[in-house]
Every structure is written in C-alpha cells, then in structure tokens.
Write a protein that binds this ligand. Sequence first.
Ligand SMILES: Cc1cc2nc3c(=O)[nH]c(=O)nc-3n(C[C@H](O)[C@H](O)[C@H](O)COP(=O)(O)OP(=O)(O)OC[C@H]3O[C@@H](n4cnc5c(N)ncnc54)[C@H](O)[C@@H]3O)c2cc1C
Length: 459
Amino acid sequence: MSLRACHIPLTSWGRFPVATAEVLRPARQSDLTWLVGERVYPSLIGRGYGRSYGDAALNSQGGVVEQTYLDCMLAFDETTGVLVGEAGLRLKDILEVFVPRGWFLPVTPGTKYISLGGALACDIHGKNHHGDGSFSGHVEWFELLAADGSVRRCSRTENPDLFWATAGGMGLTGLILTVALKLRRIETAYIAVDYVRTRDLDETLERCEAEDDRYRYAVCWIDCLATGRALGRSVLMRGDHLAKADLPAHRRAQPLTIPRKLEVAVPFSFPNGVINPLTVKAFNTVFYHKHPRAKSGVVVDFDSYFYPLDAVLEWNRVYGRRGFIQYQPVIPLETSRATLIKLLEALSQAKIASFLAVLKRFGPQEGLLSFPMPGYTLALDIPVTDARMFAVLDTLDEIVVNAGGRVYLGKDARLKPQHLAAMYPQLPVWQRIKQTIDPENLFASDLSRRVGLTPVARP
Ligand SMILES: Cc1cc2nc3c(=O)[nH]c(=O)nc-3n(C[C@H](O)[C@H](O)[C@H](O)COP(=O)(O)OP(=O)(O)OC[C@H]3O[C@@H](n4cnc5c(N)ncnc54)[C@H](O)[C@@H]3O)c2cc1C
C-alpha cells in the first residue's frame, strides 16, 4: 500500500508560521492504519481543516495526516441525539443536516468550518462555556488510532485516562477516527439576543458576573483601543435558542430554516499593514456606537449569531502575507479585573491593534490540557509585524502566568516552553499518559516541539 504525499508549504488560519510539510489525504481508515503501523514517517500529526491559528496542525519533521476525506456520518440515534461521525466531518455539514430536523451542536466555536477531530483535539469552547462546558463534555465516546496500531475506544468509563488526555491533547495521543457527539434539541433556527453597551471594564465585568448565567450564550466584543475612563468598554451580546411560540409570525411556517446567504470571499491577500491602529480605531468607534445602549429580544438566525466571520470566506487574507496571531489567554476569576486592565493597557501602550477582540466568561473544566478554567478569556487578532510585537506578546505571557492564567494552544504560534508547566498544572499527568500510549513520540507537531510537549528531536 502507498499513499501519495504532497510536499508543500502549509499554514493554518493565521497564516503564520509556514511549515514545509508532507501532507497526506487518506481516504480510508486502512490508509491510517498503514501509515501508523509501517512508521512511514518519523512523526505524524492529525489535521482537520487547519482552522487552528498557529502550528498545532503543522509538522515540518514528518507527515501531516489531513482527515478531511474521512468525513462520513455513521449513525444517529433520534431518541438520545447522539451522532457518530468520522473525525473529518465538518460542523457545517452537521448543521446543514440536523438543524432542519431540530438539532443543534452542543458547543460551537466562531466558525463552522472545523472537523469533529479538531474540535475534540482542541477541546473547543463556545459562547456557552459558562453553563455547558467545552466540547468534550458532550462527547459520549470516541475511537483513537494509537501509535501501536490499536484502535482504542475511549469514554468516561472506558480508557478514561486516554479520554481526558486526548480531549484538548492537540492530536498528540493518536489519530481520532470517530466521535460520538450528543446534539441539543432546538425548536427554531433562531436566537433571541439581548445587546448591552457598557461604559468601561467595571460595568462589563459586573454585568457578566451578575447576568451571564441567565443566558445560554454570552459573549462581549471589547474595544481594545479604548483608554482612560473608557478602558474595557464593550458590547455584550447574549442570548438563547428561540422557542417556536416566540418566532415572528412570518417565520413560523419554517421555524428550522434560515434564509440562504450569499457567500463572498476575499479574493487575494491584502497588502501588509491594512489592519493597523488607525483602521482598527475607526472600526471600533463605529462598531461601539452602532449598538444602542440596550436592546432586547432581537431575533437573529443562528448563522449570523454564531458565525458572523464565516460570511466572508478566507477573511484571513486581509492580514496580508505575513499573517496574524490570535492571542487568547484566560485569567482566573480572582485576578481577572486587575489582569485584564494590565493586558489592555500594555496593548494600548504598545499601539498593538486587534481588529477582533472578544471577552467571555468560562466555567469549570475537566481535561488535562483543556484550555478553559473559571475566569475570563480575551481573544485578540494581532497582525504579524516585527520582533517588537513578539516581545510585547512575551510580556503579556508574563502577566498571564503571574495571574495564574494560561494561553490557548489551539490558537498559539509563539509561546515559549518555560511557561507551559505553570500554565497547565496537569501537564505531568498528561505526560505520563503520553509516555504510556506513545513512548516514541510518533505523534508530534511543530507546536508540541516548540512548547515542549514532545522532545525537539525524536530519540
Ligand atoms: C474564525 C475562527 C473562530 C474560532 N473560534 C473558536 C472558538 O470560539 N472556540 C474555540 O475553542 N476555538 C475556536 N477556533 C479554533 C478552532 O475551532 C480550533 O482550532 C479547531 O480545532 C479547528 O479544527 P480543525 O478541524 O480545523 O483542526 P486543525 O486546525 O486542522 O487541527 C487542530 C488540532 O486538532 C488536531 N486534530 C485535528 N484532527 C485530528 C484528528 N482526526 N485526530 C487527532 N488530532 C486531530 C490537530 O493535530 C491540531 O492539534 C476558531 C477558529 C477560527 C478560524
């Protein structure tokens, strides 16, 4: 058996860094078994649709196993809502089939162009983390192709160590083959959204603390360039699935169908520097003032509420050829206010502009390397410019570590290894499981070597 590999420059969503890699696109599970069993490459990493931002799905020292052809829906139980799909199945395809039947994803990120395997490997969070936890909390079981060629079924009761090491384990425990995910019942394809504009960080945090739990979904857009008394001013966008009875009359005939949308794409890479403090300030001012002080019960289709950025395909090109980094830390509740102020002030002083800045509150989380913890997470899209920008992000890491927080490995492209253990205190437990399941570190990525999750050179 053989499988053709493309030797190509590869990036993920941030288009930074670029790795020249051997990319394989197997179409059968037996191809995966062969790749692993025959040790065709010194190392392998699974990949879905490359919607992680940095180098989690890159492997310049071996093969990248893109599982996008392994994307079948295998079974669905109408009584429990459990869908079994191959790891390459996209959330977009699940939505297209199941929303019209009255089912929704239990957790979804800000894009639907991701795979079940990628969702589990990053243990993704959505706007409902404060109440519903992350993706792994809704996974009944999954199958993993391990380094010894065996297929392990993992759940909370079967191979539980491997379950918790794989959820958030960044693809480093093996290739995820299938995932059994419990979907959520919905009556309509619409969300009732309450918008609130806040004056400053104190009002933002006070309202999140006091009110977020009333909503299934809660997220804030934050003006990261506002300074002084306006520091932390935000627009809170919180909502829940709309009941059929509350749907406007003209939508009641087809409650689970939303109007079709025109898909547009950014046709080419913009020149470097289009996203800069001036353009971001102009955007932020317009966005902030466009929203009224408060507006309740706005009916928004699920696509517009959860995936506004997906409306423009390949929007990452606006950051130019150098690409961008999404810097996403989470700060524990006790230290969040003071730390968020430090982070926002440091960014503002360094004149680092984030076109997109999102703040949200997390609840508790299991998973040895899962990113969320009770506290606030801030997500910032930062254009790659020069060494100074990387130095500023290193300073932000210090602030985050000192506050007991961590950065999201699924978005990371530049974290230094010295911070990993402090950010992820369950790391030794994860490492013991990794050592047992993959003693030769067959599964490794540019991220894993950079941050020290696997050794730099294989023994
Ligand atoms: C616009 C946008 C918004 C986003 N919003 C959020 C958000 O709100 N919350 C959030 O948590 N994330 C968010 N993300 C990040 C994204 O959801 C995750 O990075 C997700 O893992 C990407 O899935 P993918 O299929 O593209 O995986 P890839 O990017 O290809 O891979 C991501 C990781 O999963 C591993 N992996 C993928 N498939 C397999 C497999 N079959 N077996 C083993 N390992 C595998 C890879 O090795 C890698 O470590 C967002 C990304 C974008 C572009």
